[in-house]
Ligand binder design. Structure first.
Ligand code: HEM
Length: 392
């Protein structure tokens, strides 16, 4: 059973491949991609905890090249300490728990509005009508994008995600470059406006963030806005869609959660473990390192299989069973350590509010299994089309 995350059969269901890797080849050389794949919980945990051995530098910028609107500024996610520490300290000032929890009411209103429209459609697609739209609107709201520019913001986001998701054609690249120019102009103006007249939003917080007399430049604020847009959209969308699909496959657990919404936070943690929206993060080794008895040489590209670590039988008993009663709290779906997901609290809040509103506002639903379509992605696990039928 050869593991290669580019293959459609692996993307359709990577879990049997992960089981085989963990058992037979926990530090596997993936010849077609010229990289190492590590699959056991303890090895994944070790790699995430040791950025001095497993470096994040430069992989993302290189992979998207001219699709990056501020190419001269590295994105936080592709930097190592100490550069990372400086950016993270500054950005965290904008991403405070207070900032996130202040959004709850607006998040609820956005969810409820989208669901009210979705449930009355004759052909509801949960992804098109809810999970695909919800996180983008929330991020626009959080950054402080005016309601009149939300449609532009959604278009920018869609174009950029399309451009980074797979090898793009020349026409697509041209479209992404045009999007970048538009987005850059918008944000530079918005940043200048915030300097003159601060508001209660993330853009203002980023503009004002200061640490030891250092601040973020306009391009660094733009790069951060882009990173938040890319990192926070499809991931949260997939978490919501994966949850609905898993509940439909486990009707007894669906009934329990419908009956007792206090179970939703446990459901979300189990979902993050069971079908992690981000399956892989990348690193490059700065020195030779031994994992599970095998040596990965220096300068090796390493695929860290988070999705497999979260199914490791050494950590989670009977890992392929979806069970909202289990303790899934040590899953690694948001990464760990230095680069631990900056938006984890926001993602959890969006998922909780989204599901609460779904159960409150919508009657029971069934899925048209024939028309469910998974996204094709090396990194992400999620759903492209999820057609639902609501009970009368
Ligand atoms: C279910 C939803 C989400 C999942 C599964 C997820 C997953 C992850 C993972 C695995 C990482 C670590 C990457 C690495 O170690 O290389 C990460 C980092 C990050 N995430 Fe998320 N994420 C989610 C939602 C969000 C949201 C909503 C935002 C922002 C609005 C966000 C912003 C970020 C940022 C900025 C980083 C980089 C942190 C750093 O480099 O220090 N994420 N996320």
């Amino acid at each position: 059973m050869d593991y290669n995350p580019v293959l459609p059969e692996v993307q359709a269901n990577p879990y049997p491949y992960y089981t085989a890797l963990r058992r037979d080849n926990p530090v596997a050389w993936v010849e077609p991609l010229q990289c190492w794949a590590i699959s056991r919980y303890d090895d994944v945990d070790f790699a995430l905890r040791n950025p001095q051995i497993f470096s994040s530098a430069n992989w993302l910028g290189q992979s998207i090249g001219d699709l990056n609107p501020a190419p001269e500024v590295p994105w936080m996610i592709e930097t190592d300490p100490p550069d990372h520490s400086r950016l993270r300290k500054l950005v965290s000032k904008g991403f405070t728990p207070r900032m996130v929890s202040r959004l709850e009411q607006r998040i609820r209103a956005i969810a409820s509005e989208l669901l009210a429209a979705a449930r009355t459609r004759p052909d509801t697609d949960f992804v098109r009508d809810f999970s695909g739209a919800f996180p983008v609107i929330v991020i626009a709201e959080m950054l402080g994008v005016e309601p009149a520019r939300r449609i532009d913001f959604k278009r920018w986001s869609d174009n950029i995600v399309r451009g980074t998701g797979r090898p793009a054609s020349e026409a697509e690249r041209a479209e992404v470059r045009a999007t970048n120019a538009e987005m850059r102009a918008y944000f530079h103006q918005a940043i200048a406006d915030r300097r003159k007249a601060p508001r209660e939003d993330l853009l203002t917080a980023l503009v004002q963030a200061e640490e030891e007399r250092q601040t973020l430049t306009a391009d660094e604020v733009l790069a951060m806005a882009m990173l938040v847009l890319l990192a926070g959209n499809e991931t949260t969308m997939n978490l919501l869609s994966n949850t609905v699909l898993a509940l439909l496959a486990h009707p007894a657990q669906m009934a329990r959660v419908r009956g007792d919404r206090a179970l939703i936070p446990k459901l979300i943690e189990e979902m993050l473990r069971y079908d992690s929206p981000v399956q892989i993060v990348f690193r490059r080794t700065t020195q030779a390192v031994e994992l599970s008895g095998k040596v990965v040489p220096a300068n090796g590209v390493v695929f860290i299989l988070i999705g497999s670590a979260n199914r490791d039988e050494r950590k989670f008993p009977d890992p392929d069973r979806f069970d909202i009663d289990r303790d899934a709290s040590e899953h690694l779906a948001f990464g760990f350590g230095t680069h631990f997901c900056l938006g984890a609290q926001l993602a959890r809040l969006e998922a909780k509010v989204g599901l609460e509103e779904l159960f409150a506002a919508c009657p029971p639903f069934a899925v048209d299994q024939q028309r469910v379509q998974r996204i094709s992605s090396v990194l992400l696990r999620g759903i492209k089309h999820l057609p639902l039928k609501f009970a009368a």
